[in-house]
Design a protein around this ligand. Structure first.
Ligand code: KG4
Ligand code: ZN
Length: 362
């Protein structure tokens, strides 16, 4: 970034964001005007791929190895030094606790050494606020958060004011993509591989259930769909590439149908409270899926809502969203004490009723 631009930005806080809650080691620098000066993501996928999923102990050690160079890289990319930072924000949960500890301790050390505010950011809040960084979406809006660990519909009513309308009663949607991809013999992470396979598939060939469609409320369920896929695969002797593509396409359609149905109910509930003309926002890693984006944008249009999906690099885990959540909270006069304890579970809406079913995610 040119020096003149930096000078022009003086007056808006410059925040370092750190993300270490899963298998991405990330650091980013974002300012109060929403300019992303650097957004560095080191993916640990290669470390975890042989195990078919994220191994918490390996993730924690990898964060320890990579975080410091990733922060140095971000500062370098932004042509800034530690002295230019006005605050440090790090994911404080929910997530794999070993990784969250690494990010939290690093952020606290920087904040302490520099004497600047520290912000413990809720990872879900960071996903939830990304659309304000990328598209300046105004409160209130309806958020569909779809990632490897979460599947929730949330009314985002203001900063720190989140009302959960629905959640999954079993698997998160990204988890369903990953597990189904594994059943179909694809590598980890499965979502992008499954989407690629689906592009050459015929979705109508296999009849798969559309979970929860027609049921009242906004909760999700994906484990039955995964079982149905397993049965279809087992019924095939030696599945060909075309068989796999057709099942992948049918799975993706079933997920799209289910998400659209749940969102339709949520839009109704949201509009009753907040009126019409607001935005439907989709965030989280699964929001990278083009088929799902299309289905949701069509629903939004039919419902008189605008539709926002952040660019893919800001949908999957990254630190720019963490820095931005830090910016918003800092500008609201907030910060956290250095005594903050990382939280493996940290629901955005602690008062939300639990979904009926097992294994409800935070
Ligand atoms: O938000 P994210 O990067 O990490 C979590 O907080 O979980 O989401 C990762 C999840 C994985 O389950 C991955 O398979 C899924 O997002 N995903 C996709 C696609 N890209 C990533 N799922 C479907 N289609 C995609 N194109
Ligand atoms: Zn995430």
């Amino acid at each position: 970034m040119a020096l003149e631009e930096q000078t022009a930005l003086s007056g808006t806080p410059i925040v370092l964001g750190i993300e270490t809650s899963c298998d991405e080691t990330a650091a980013a620098i974002v300012d109060g005007a929403g300019v992303v000066h650097a957004n560095v993501v080191f993916s640990q996928i290669e470390d975890h791929a042989p195990f078919g999923g994220v191994v918490p102990e390996i993730a924690a050690r990898a964060h320890l190895d990579h975080l410091q160079p990733v922060i140095a890289h971000a500062l370098d990319e932004a042509s800034l030094g530690f002295n230019d930072l006005d605050a440090v924000a790090a994911t404080g949960g929910p997530g794999l606790i070993g990784g969250v500890l690494v990010g939290t301790m690093t952020a606290k050390a920087i904040a302490m050494a520099r004497g600047i505010p520290y912000l413990a950011v809720n990872h879900l809040e960071a996903h939830a606020l990304t659309a304000r960084l990328t598209d300046k979406v105004a409160f209130p809006y309806l958020l569909l958060l779809v990632s490897g660990g979460h599947c929730q519909l949330i009314a985002v009513e203001g900063l720190g004011r989140y009302r959960r309308l629905g959640t999954t009663i079993d698997d998160a949607v990204g988890e369903a993509f990953d597990k189904t991809a594994k059943l179909l013999g694809m590598g980890y992470p499965g979502g992008p591989a499954l989407e690629k396979a689906a592009t050459t598939g015929h979705p109508e060939r296999f009849d798969l259930p559309r979970p929860m469609v027609g049921k009242p409320g906004c909760d999700f369920s994906f484990s039955g769909l995964k079982t149905a896929v397993r049965q279809k695969v087992e019924a095939l002797d030696a599945p060909t590439e075309q068989d796999i593509a057709d099942i992948a396409a049918a799975f993706q359609e079933a997920v799209a149908g289910s998400l659209v149905n749940r969102c339709r109910n949520a839009i109704r509930a949201f509009s009753e409270e907040h009126g019409t003309g607001h935005a439907l926002v989709v965030a989280g890693g699964v929001a990278a899926n083009q088929r799902l984006r299309l289905a949701l944008s069509e629903l939004a249009e039919k419902s008189g809502m605008s539709f926002t999906a952040p660019p893919i690099a800001l949908c999957t885990d990254n630190a720019a969203m963490v820095a931005w959540a830090g910016v918003e909270r800092l500008q609201a006069g907030e910060s956290d004490p250095l005594s903050f304890a990382p939280r493996p579970r940290w629901p955005l809406d602690p008062g939300a009723p639990k979904a009926i079913g097992a294994g409800v995610k935070a």
